[in-house]
Design a protein around this ligand. Structure first.
Ligand SMILES: [Zn+2]
Ligand SMILES: [Zn+2]
Ligand SMILES: [Zn+2]
Ligand SMILES: [Zn+2]
Length: 404
């Protein structure tokens, strides 16, 4: 259920909350239900039921709102350029407004009808289902579900209301399936991601939580939802961070890491995931100046990464980069520690120069490292032998921890 709050009082609902017998609108309790009925539910209950019940009705409404916003935003941003343009999918200009998802497409390319974008994504989803049966069996390189979030022309993520409308459309497409259906659960994740990427963090968290609850309910011995639950939890951690709910976010990173650590003890295939989760956790700890804890976490993880993926791997170098940050910023750190941090980062950058230049993710990490190296060197020079002055200088010139 994406409808996660009471229709009458907006309080968060438990999963077994009572619901309207006809249209499935959900409430905290009978009092809220009666109250809502008197305040007008009576008049629209039948309409909601005819619209396919509360969940479908809600998704349709949200989709329509997002489409209207997407069309309006496109008209604002691109008019009069859109005059005479056609939809790149159906090649016509009907009365339905064209949208542009803010991807990298320029000129007449990249304009489409929202309904054409949705249909393309649905067809792709059907193909995937026919070919592979389950999303879990789709080879990694296949862009199985990317039509719900990316432009099929330029491959860039779609933005703003277009992304949100596609998120709702995806949910609309699959919500009628049985609760444990893999596509239905993934549709929840797509909607959560759409909300997250357009900065609707509170809404995204509610959707991720609903997704996790469903996955936990359907998880069984042959239907292990562990990885997908971990991904949704990590998304909640990031959303909380963006909302400034740092304690909650840290707790979530802790729980993701602890679960992977536990699994990796009897199953080596989880070891790399555990290291990636440790990297997330270390970054979160450092952002909150919890240096001793980050240090204690990182030292054994770096050793493990060297053994598991090798000394030059991106993951190993990223872990070492976090460790260099601890050395540089820890309040107890000496000038010698700061020099060691700079030497470490310099060595990391030397190895990172050989990273695959087509790997955008790796290249952006490399860019941040090089920037930091420059700032650190400058700060040490300005601090003239006082580690406190060095730290003060860097705090003054920029956010030293790369926080967004
Ligand atoms: Zn209520
Ligand atoms: Zn009703
Ligand atoms: Zn079209
Ligand atoms: Zn594009």
């Amino acid at each position: 259920m994406i409808l996660t709050t009471c229709a009458a009082c907006a309080a968060p609902l438990s999963l077994d909350a009572p619901r309207c017998i006809r249209c499935h609108t959900r409430y905290c309790n009978q009092t809220c239900q009666h109250d809502h009925w008197r305040r007008g539910h009576k008049q629209i209950c039948k309409k909601i039921h005819r619209g396919g019940n509360a969940e479908k009705y809600h998704a349709d409404k949200k989709y329509k709102e997002a489409v209207a916003a997407a069309v309006a935003a496109t008209a604002d941003d691109y008019l009069p350029a859109t005059r005479g343009f056609t939809c790149y999918i159906c090649d016509t200009a009907t009365s339905e407004g064209l949208v542009h998802g803010g991807c990298n497409c320029v000129g007449p390319a990249g304009f489409a009808h929202m309904s054409c974008l949705v249909r393309t994504a649905e067809i792709k989803g059907d193909d995937v289902e026919r070919l592979y049966g389950s999303l879990a069996d789709v080879p990694e390189m296949d862009d199985a579900w990317d039509r719900w979030s990316e432009c099929s022309l330029c491959g860039a993520f779609l933005k703003s209301h277009v992304r949100l409308a596609l998120g709702w459309a995806c949910w609309k497409t699959y919500l009628g399936r049985p609760e444990g259906d893999e596509f239905r659960m993934n549709a929840m994740n797509k909607l959560g991601d759409a909300m997250h990427y357009i900065d609707m963090y509170e809404a995204a968290i509610a959707v991720y939580e609903a997704e996790i609850a469903v996955r936990q309910r359907v998880a069984g011995p042959d239907n292990d939802q562990f990885c997908m639950i971990g991904i949704a939890r990590r998304s909640i951690a990031v959303s909380c961070e963006r909302l400034g709910r740092t304690e909650e976010s840290l707790e979530m990173y802790h729980s993701v890491h602890a679960a992977l650590l536990d699994r990796s003890r009897d199953n080596p295939s989880y070891c790399e995931g555990e290291l990636a989760a440790a990297l997330d956790l270390a970054e979160a700890l450092i952002k909150q100046s919890k240096y001793p804890e980050a240090k204690k976490l990182l030292i054994p993880r770096i050793r493990e990464a060297i053994r598991l993926v090798g000394p030059d791997a991106t993951l190993t170098l990223e872990l070492r980069y976090q460790y260099a940050k601890v050395l540089f910023f820890d309040d107890d750190g000496t000038t010698a520690d700061q020099c060691k941090a700079i030497t470490t980062l310099r060595n990391i950058c030397k190895i990172a120069e050989r990273w695959d230049s087509s790997d955008q993710m790796a290249q952006s990490i490399f860019g941040v490292m090089q920037l930091d190296l420059g700032f650190w060197e400058e700060a040490v020079a300005a601090g003239e032998g006082s580690p406190e002055r060095t730290r003060a200088h860097i705090a003054y010139t920029r956010d030293p921890l790369g926080g967004s």
